[in-house]
Design a binder for this molecule. Structure first.
Ligand SMILES: C[S@@+](CC[C@H](N)C(=O)[O-])C[C@H]1O[C@@H](n2cnc3c(N)ncnc32)[C@H](O)[C@@H]1O
Length: 510
């Protein structure tokens, strides 16, 4: 693989870090929002700001846990060389699918959509109205995906049971027509639209009571397992696909406009590359060849990505090897990966990021968890790999709170902490020290003169302070103990704002 040198502008990279949170604009970019669902997508405007700040045009920007590709796509559009890696082929399918929209003309895509309509609409209507006997006849004309076993946590045992018969056949009919499309970039774009339609046309689609049926969502993205509805909702196949295809064409328009603007103002030279492997294997190939790493690794036992991606990987024909399944950075999942595996791997992954980075470059890692051992693994590995922690920014207060946060309130840490390191080279080990957590909490609360704060900001502050004091390994507080400490100090949690308020100070202010 050719490795380009960054553009030499004759300045060191040792500049001041970003030192304040950036408000998330989740829904503004059509290239990320509405194109295709993925788990835990990072806000593109925050990622873009970090790329602009910590790298230069022509630089190689890597996300080794790339997911839906926000980092590498934004790098590509920012005239960098975006490098997307994910162990999950489904993630790379989404990321490359978005970048490939830069190819060809809008009219070709509209033409492709109309070809699919002409060849499938009638069959889709037949499927909708078919009797059980008719369905058996229709089935003979279609190619169905393999009926593999599903992870143990699923409500149903086999792949086909994720669908009603009509859903399975409608998706197969659409797929047949898409596979025959040409040119290839149009086929890929329509396949992306089909893939985005997939979770909507399954029994995992749960519609919320009192709202239009189509307003629901798949259990894959809300409760992170294959839960199927007792009474399945069968959304109309053509309309559902058509809507997704138009979203994709809108994303193409946006990408075309961004590139065109660059062409007219200084030139366009963005590049994009993907790898599908374990981060530690990637580090063997990309040693000291990257100018900026921005990444967001999995947070413990939260989401089993490979299990939940079976829906896509199976029907897209993307194999996941046993080697990779055993190397997924998660706790639990079908292979029941242990917590000690996760901590060891998190440590090795942090170190791998630094191994791939050139000296005198930056590395940002996004994380959030109640478990101090996870932070310890990241921070210690970075230090041992020769990186200085230069910024720790709490990104909290996102206008869209997750259902999980709304339901479980203060016991859920929302938002994330962005840890940014400067790779000065060499290696160092922090001396162990002492840290008095309750007094650090009291001290922080006493400084909050406005009487209102996010618990996450305080928690993140404690993590970083304890680590700076060389005492994170001794820190051991449960979420209940942490929130009890705030209550003892006279602070109350507001479920409306998800902030903590101090009664007396609030009265003084209002
Ligand atoms: C939190 S998600 C990243 C989401 C991404 N930031 C986005 O905006 O879409 C973490 C990703 O790490 C991937 N992953 C898990 N274990 C991995 C490993 N060992 N090597 C590479 N990728 C891995 C998962 O498949 C998942 O897509």
């Amino acid at each position: 693989m050719p490795i380009r040198k960054p553009i030499d502008v004759g300045e060191a990279y040792d500049f001041a870090p970003i030192d304040a949170p950036i408000a998330a604009e989740r829904q503004k970019a059509k290239r990320h929002y509405g194109v295709h669902p993925y788990f835990t997508r990072r806000p593109h405007n925050v990622v873009r700001r970090y790329i602009q700040h910590y790298s230069r045009p022509g630089d190689r920007v890597l996300d080794p846990f790339g997911g839906s590709g926000v980092t590498a796509i934004e790098a590509f559009l920012e005239n960098r060389h975006g490098i997307q890696n994910d162990i999950n082929p489904f993630a790379n399918f989404v990321a490359s699918g978005v970048v490939d929209l830069a190819q060809g003309k809008r009219e070709e895509y509209l033409q492709g959509l109309s070809t699919i309509e002409k060849s499938t609409l009638e069959l889709l209507q037949q499927i909708e109205q078919a009797t059980p006997e008719d369905l058996a006849a229709i089935r003979a004309r279609l190619t169905l995906p393999p009926n593999v076993e599903l992870p143990k946590s699923s409500d149903v045992a086999h792949y086909h049971e994720l669908f009603t018969e009509r859903q399975l056949y409608a998706l197969a009919a659409l797929r047949m027509s898409i596979d025959a499309l040409r040119p290839d970039h149009v086929r890929k774009a329509m396949l992306l639209a089909w893939s985005a339609t997939l979770p909507k046309l399954t029994r995992t689609f749960l519609s919320a009571e009192g709202r239009a049926e189509s307003r629901g969502g798949s259990s894959i993205f809300s409760i992170y397992r294959y839960k199927v509805a007792a009474k399945p909702v069968e959304l109309p196949a053509w309309q559902t696909f058509h809507e997704r295809a138009l979203n994709i064409i809108a994303a193409k328009d946006e990408i075309d406009q961004t590139i065109e603007l660059r062409r007219r103002t200084g030139g366009w030279f963005g590049e994009f590359e993907t790898f599908t492997c374990d981060i530690l294997d990637l580090a063997q190939d990309l040693k000291e060849s990257v100018d900026y790493v921005f990444t967001d690794p999995p947070y413990g036992a939260h989401i089993a990505y490979l299990d939940l991606s079976v829906l896509w990987n199976v029907w897209l024909g993307q194999e996941v090897s046993e080697h990779d399944r055993e190397r997924e950075l998660i706790v639990g999942g079908e292979l029941d990966l242990s917590e000690s595996w996760y901590v060891t791997k998190l440590r090795a992954s942090t170190r791998a990021c630094l191994d791939m980075l050139r000296p005198d470059r930056w590395f940002s890692l996004v994380f959030q968890h109640w478990n101090f051992r996870y932070f310890e693994a990241i921070l210690d590995a970075a230090e041992e790999g020769g990186a200085d922690l230069r910024a720790a920014i709490s990104q909290v207060g996102d206008p869209i709170w997750s259902m999980h946060k709304k339901k479980n309130r203060e016991s859920v840490l929302a938002g994330e902490l962005i840890l940014t390191f400067y790779n000065r080279g060499g290696s160092r080990r922090r001396a162990t020290g002492h840290f008095d957590m309750p007094s650090a909490v009291r001290h922080y609360l006493a400084r909050s003169t406005e009487g209102v704060l996010y618990g996450e900001e305080l928690f993140n502050h404690i993590v970083v302070e304890a680590w700076r004091e060389g005492a994170i390994s001794a820190l051991n507080v449960t979420k209940d103990e942490f929130t009890a400490l705030l209550r003892e100090e006279g602070w109350e949690y507001s479920a409306a704002t998800h902030q903590w308020h101090h009664g007396n100070r609030r009265k003084a202010l209002f």
